[in-house]
Write a protein that binds this ligand. Structure first.
Ligand SMILES: NC(=O)c1ccc[n+]([C@@H]2O[C@H](COP(=O)([O-])OP(=O)(O)OC[C@H]3O[C@@H](n4cnc5c(N)ncnc54)[C@H](O)[C@@H]3O)[C@@H](O)[C@H]2O)c1
Length: 372
């Protein structure tokens, strides 16, 4: 095995007590949070679920000491320092507000809320609270996505001209496919865009430093079995950024065969950079001369990408490692008494909720919308 030049630093000075963490909602992503917290060395002291009985079952299955009867009780408990909110979307805002008012540090899943006004109010409350308030737009933590950002920032890409790509899934492609996300109350008024389009936009804005300032959207909505009021299954956007680039993105949960295909390309005046989260060990670097598939290897990456490269090249890293690195950064900020860092915050997430509202409004009246 080769040697690593840089690794993610240890999150916790040994003199500080372990952060007592609790996870509200232990479905798919709650369990990912739980594992990521444990990788930092912090104890998960409690979980909650949709009912007290389910919380007890989950606590036993996951080796967690305490099952809270409700998520409200969990996020306000005196025995908890950091809460991770991993419930369906409609519960995020209320739980995050309770947690911040109770003085907790909060990691809240995306979308932060299902309305922009609530998201902005929550971001303001987080700023007042002086607590860490983070949202897992974790694709920022792929080393090769961080390498793309480093190459834009240090000028190797040249001037950013075009942004394009897609985020495609297939798991809701049939009318009978269902999930709480399909319900406009539990999921919110936007589905595909809020659920996955927001990840693409956050990532591409972070990589380039550009902000989507104007957009026009076209969406498609399948008729669903069961007569639920339907939310959009696919959206295609055309946009301009605040720094003069233009872009397009297709977001879909009805693309057969595409499981979690988040792909973007940044075309600069010198090189193009393309990243595919399903093949995250390489970054395409295109030029008028030779093209390259730069492989993840901390020895050759930019420092910001090498930092995230916790195993040597050739030992594939992926989504779970992104999550662990995100949680490590957030917990480090909590320990160090800061509120910022490399991780996405409630401000970033509120911006994505505003973007989502602009997308819905544009798709509804077929016009261009500015994004504040
Ligand atoms: N950041 C990411 O990459 C990422 C990935 C997947 C999901 N998510 C987000 O995470 C959240 C959960 O998604 P998921 O895929 O884990 O869904 P899921 O359906 O797998 O899990 C949600 C769980 O929450 C439970 N629940 C419902 N109400 C609850 C309550 N009041 N308190 C506690 N638990 C409750 C449900 O019974 C279910 O077990 C969503 O907001 C989603 O957008 C983010």
């Amino acid at each position: 095995m080769g040697s690593m030049t840089t690794a993610v630093s240890s999150p916790s000075p040994p003199s500080l007590p372990a952060l007592r963490t609790a996870v509200a909602g232990v479905g798919m992503i709650g369990r990912v949070h739980l594992d990521a917290v444990r990788r930092t060395g912090a104890p998960v002291v409690g979980v909650s679920a949709s009912t007290p009985a389910r919380a007890k079952e989950a606590a036993a299955a996951l080796g967690v000491e305490r099952a809270f009867d409700t998520s409200e009780e969990l996020v306000t408990s005196d025995d908890v320092d950091v809460v991770h909110i991993c419930t369906p979307n409609d519960a995020h805002a209320g739980l995050a507000e309770l947690a911040l008012r109770a003085g907790k540090h909060v990691v809240c899943e995306k979308p932060l809320t299902t309305s922009a006004a609530t998201a902005d109010a929550l971001a303001a409350l987080a700023a007042e609270s002086g607590r860490v308030a983070a949202v897992p737009f974790v694709y920022r933590y792929h080393p090769m996505a961080a390498e793309a950002r480093a190459r834009v920032l240090d000028g190797r890409a040249g001037d950013v001209r075009l942004l394009h790509g897609h985020y495609l899934q297939d798991w809701l492609s049939q009318p009978e496919d269902t999930n709480w996300r399909v319900d406009a109350v539990a999921g919110g008024p936007s589905r595909a865009f809020a659920d996955i389009g927001s990840h693409w936009c956050d990532l591409v804005e972070w990589v380039t430093g550009h902000r989507i300032s104007e957009l026009t959207a076209a969406s498609q909505t399948l008729a669903r079995s069961g007569g639920l009021p339907a939310t959009e299954d696919a959206v295609q956007l055309l946009f301009r950024t605040d720094r003069g680039a233009t872009g397009t993105v297709t977001v879909s949960q009805i693309s057969p065969g595409r499981k979690n295909r988040l792909w973007f390309e940044v075309d600069g005046s010198t090189t193009s950079l393309a990243f595919d989260q399903e093949s995250p060990e390489t970054l395409f670097v295109g030029s008028r001369g030779e093209n390259a598939a730069v492989q993840r290897d901390p020895a050759v990456l930019s420092p910001a990408a090498a930092r995230l490269s916790v195993v040597p090249g050739g030992h594939p890293m992926g989504y779970l490692d992104c999550f662990a690195a995100f949680v490590r950064d957030v917990h480090s900020a909590v320990r160090e008494g800061g509120t910022g860092g490399a991780f996405p915050t409630f401000d970033d997430a509120a911006r994505m909720v505003r973007l989502t509202e602009a997308v819905l409004a544009s798709a509804a009246d077929r016009s261009w919308k500015e994004v504040s």
